[in-house]
Design a protein around this ligand. Sequence first.
Ligand code: NI
Length: 165
Amino acid sequence: MAIRKIRQIGDSVLTKTAKEVTGMSLRTKILIEDMLDTMYEANGVGLAAPQVGVLKRIVVIDVTGEDPHVLINPRIVETSGEQTGNEGCLSVPGKTGVVTRPNYVKVAALDADMKPLELEGTELLARAICHECEHLDGHLYVEKVEGELMDVEDLEDAEDMDDET
Ligand code: NI
């Protein structure tokens, strides 16, 4: 498969609303494979199709490196609790900022075979689901940062450095 170019903040494709996927095609299957390859290559935990320049409602997420999720037309149907922590994004390289998210999220979506699925996540998985779904509506986490956007290298505690989505 192939590694695709990750679009960076300032690219207008990141501010647009992505379109629903209405059917699976070879082209979309290849896109999903490429998104997974691109996410792993960049050491990210999630990637949304607009980040590779494609305005389709598709995200891939893998917070452990061995549990890939493909979510097509994802819709958050339930949230609870709250977590506040550092977040990053492959489209905003070298930066991090504090964002408050639900600590639990349930999302309804279609899988890569266009079959309905539900996925529940807590902590980092919940954060990644929220972050990726916002990409599909043209939003970046930098819009919700509490305080200043920081340079990753200035973070004393760099444990979240590889949590870019
Ligand atoms: Ni992101």
